[in-house]
Write a new protein. Structure first.
Ligand code: NAD
Ligand code: MG
Length: 397
């Protein structure tokens, strides 16, 4: 009988967080929620605590922590409530934690995820922005601590499943020619180009195949999500940007493929439900039930593929450019994108202005080498400043 794995879920109230808790609850003999964190929707965090009875919960500030602590105590729970960035790092690096699900959205997840890496935890990485921002530093920290890093992004989880165990020897050494990163193309794959400037946040968040948080939904609509994933794949699998090809596959049944020099192409398929990669990473190298229904190929019936339209999706070009330039460029791209997406969701920026704003930031700021985390944070700050100033001049209202 193996020991029960203690799991911290960063971003427990989000889409990935909830799917994670769903899988954990199916296997109480294997997994226990050790800590749950939330930022908004704190009533939902309280409900999740009552259901999963974690040792710790983390809220954004002292007031919300006191409030939640009171509620949990009244319900007879001895969950300790921490708050802020220090609380997030504490539950990520806690000696009793085995596994950390990194599912905070955006740059806010970087510090706690790195804290978990440094403490040598098993990392289930959904928070792609953290890796995109800090790339080389992040991977070096993984090697230094010996932490096991498992991708949750469905594409990267698929690639991981299609690679041999010793892929860290180098893609060339294990006979890989290319990685084929699939993309659904999002809700605007066929929208007439002249209509894109007018699309609304509601339309952008209505993804055809996946149900996700609002930020990643907008990223999927602009295909910046695939751009971030291209950078993510380069770091996770030590690939050159030219070795990663983006393939539009509207059905989202093939989650990505690996093309080998002998002509074999391996793919991972499944229904589009994040509980599959989550269960895979939780149990790896074993397999457990995820609650996902079996794939019905007769119902799928056909699989389509097409190259991405560069004119429709300029974010892809920007991300590839950044992947090539290295240094602090990806941190700047990520920060500018976060500012642009937030402004779009607040209806202060048009959809087609998202890549315009990002390109403006990339053109204005020099690419500098990254030696340490402070270099990453400085790039993040200066890109946000330039992006916010640009918004002040161009935003609606
Ligand atoms: P979401 O918006 O549903 O959830 C985000 C979570 O992060 C919430 O728990 C929220 O409280 C927390 N959070 C937000 N801002 C925070 C801050 N400043 N400090 C601390 N916590 C904060 O997002 P999601 O769809 O679950 O995505 C989470 C991450 O997983 C993202 O990086 C996304 O790119 C990645 N991801 C998501 C999916 C998916 O299907 N949803 C798939 C692949 C990768
Ligand atoms: Mg993905």
């Amino acid at each position: 009988m193996t020991q029960v794995q203690q799991v911290t879920v960063l971003g427990a109230t989000g889409s990935i967080g909830r799917s994670t808790l769903d899988v954990l609850a199916r296997h109480p003999q294997r997994y226990q929620a050790f800590a749950l964190t939330g930022f908004t929707r704190l009533a939902e965090l309280e409900a999740l605590c009552l259901q999963h009875r974690p040792r710790f919960a983390v809220t954004p500030d002292a007031d919300s922590a006191r409030h939640l602590q009171g509620g949990l105590k009244a319900a007879g729970l001895d969950t300790r409530v921490l708050f802020g960035a220090a609380g997030l790092c504490e539950v990520s690096a806690h000696p009793q934690v085995d596994t950390v699900m990194a599912a905070i959205v955006g740059a806010a997840g970087l510090a706690p995820t790195l804290a978990a890496v440094t403490a040598g935890k098993r990392i289930l990485l959904a928070n792609k922005e953290a890796l995109v921002m800090s790339g080389a530093l992040f991977m070096q920290a993984v090697r230094n601590s010996g932490s096991v890093l498992l991708p949750i992004d469905s594409e990267h989880n698929a690639i991981f499943q299609c690679l041999p165990l010793d892929y860290a020897r180098g893609l060339g050494a294990v006979g890989v020619r290319r990685i084929l990163l699939t993309a659904s193309g999002g809700p605007f794959r066929e929208t007439p180009l002249q209509e894109l400037a007018q699309v609304t946040p509601e339309q952008a968040c209505a993804h055809p195949n996946w149900s996700m948080g609002r930020k990643i939904s907008v990223d999927s609509a602009s295909m910046m999500n695939k751009g971030l994933e291209l950078i993510e794949a380069c770091w996770l699998f030590d690939a050159r940007p030219s070795q990663v090809e983006v393939v539009i596959h509207p059905q989202s049944v093939i989650h990505s493929l690996v093309d080998y020099v002998d002509g074999s192409v391996l793919a991972q398929l499944g229904n589009p439900d994040m509980r599959t990669p989550i269960a895979h990473a939780l149990a790896w190298p074993e397999r457990v039930d995820s609650g996902v229904t079996a794939l019905d190929l007769f119902k799928v019936a056909r699989l389509d593929f097409q190259p991405p339209d560069q004119q429709r999706f300029p974010c892809l070009r920007l991300a590839r450019q950044v992947a090539e330039s290295g240094g602090n460029a990806a941190a700047m791209l990520n920060a500018a994108n976060e500012v642009a997406v937030a402004a779009f969701l607040e209806r202060r920026l048009g959809f087609t202005d998202i890549p315009r704003l990002i390109e403006e930031v990339l053109n204005r700021e020099p690419v500098l080498p990254v030696e340490n985390l402070e270099d990453v944070m400085a790039a993040d700050r200066s890109a946000r400043n330039v992006a916010t100033a640009w918004l002040g001049r161009h935003a609606q209202k």
